[in-house]
Design a protein around this ligand. Structure first.
Ligand SMILES: [Zn+2]
Length: 318
């Protein structure tokens, strides 16, 4: 009995974690802050939608292999897919989209319109996007001499309250677009039709893909025009969020909510190593965490898992 059909499980995206480390460190009047907040909220909603669709896809038969959040490279390009469902008959790409209100597919003019009336064409068209994923995946498999397995795609609308409208050929859109809850049935329908044809070793293929999948990353500092000098120093209160809480004996104490924490400095160190430099000195640690005791800096950095480079007199990650 196979129970572990989700071979690659979704975790909180690195980009979301980056925003969560970065946002509290920008001055409230930082000009790009509203843009960043908007981008963060959009991505957070997207992630929530992906988790909702995961729940539906996990109802598929246990002999199917599911890979969540796959990021591969082909010919120097990175491409990301929200879900791959691999069966003995085919690979199904399931792209998750989060839209509010109503979405309209116009098959005559090949246009896609969102609730706000904004017409999206070309690369913003969700079907164009997933078609590109399909051709990238095909190329990726070809380059690895992996079997020429048929690749199908679906677009899962994560919010059950989104209204999907079609102007023109309804059938052609309904073949690939559906609410998350209806995607498993669509996959099953296609897969049953293919059942008499060639079969593939879906687990083996799942392992091959998941072995080469990397974590999707983006330089959000450059994207939003942020310099490391824009980052405010200080330890953030894990409870009320104020920056610059005080170092006290064996921990941190918030001057606002008065709570005590042991490891509150960890996100500050993570932010420093991600956005300033991938190393830190004792004096930089004291400046950034706002305390003044070299022996404490040494202890915190060692406990954080950093290694001391004697020659350069700085702490580095493994
Ligand atoms: Zn607090």
């Amino acid at each position: 009995m196979i129970t572990n059909k989700v071979m690659k499980k979704r975790t909180k995206p690195l980009i979301l974690k980056k925003y969560e480390l970065l946002l509290p460190r920008l001055h409230i009047n930082f000009p790009r802050l509203p843009d960043m907040q908007h981008e963060y909220n959009k991505r957070k909603k997207g992630y929530k939608g992906e988790l909702q669709v995961d729940y539906h896809l996990e109802t598929l038969p246990p002999e199917f292999t599911i890979l969540q959040d796959v990021c591969l490279q082909v010919q120097g390009r990175t491409f990301q897919m929200d879900n791959l469902v691999i069966t003995q008959q085919a690979i199904y790409i399931v792209d998750v989209k989060n839209y509010n209100g109503t979405i309209i597919f116009d098959t005559t003019f090949d246009q896609f319109t969102r609730d706000d009336g904004k017409v999206e064409m070309g690369f913003s068209h969700p079907i164009t996007q997933v078609e590109l994923q399909q051709s990238n995946l095909q190329q990726w498999l070809l380059e690895r001499n992996l079997p020429n397995i048929p690749i199908y795609y679906f677009i899962a609308i994560s919010d059950p309250s989104t209204i999907i409208k079609v102007e023109g050929d309804k059938e052609i859109i309904a073949k690939v677009v559906a609410h998350g809850a209806n995607i498993p049935k669509k996959i099953m329908d296609v897969n049953t039709q293919l059942a008499s044809g060639a079969t593939f070793q879906n687990r083996k293929m799942g392992h091959a893909i998941s072995k080469e999948s990397t974590e999707f990353d983006m330089d959000i500092m450059t994207m939003h025009g942020i310099k490391s000098a824009d980052l405010l120093p200080g330890v953030e209160c894990p409870d009320c969020g104020v920056l610059g809480i005080k170092r006290v004996h064996s921990g941190w104490k918030c001057y606002k909510c008065k709570k005590k924490f042991r490891d509150a400095h960890k996100p500050a160190l993570a932010a420093y190593l991600l956005f300033v430099t991938p190393w830190i000195t004792n004096s930089e640690c004291m400046r950034f965490l706002k305390f003044n005791a070299k022996n404490v800096a040494t202890r915190l950095l060692r406990e954080y898992g950093l290694f001391y480079d004697e020659g350069r007199r700085r702490w580095i990650e493994k």
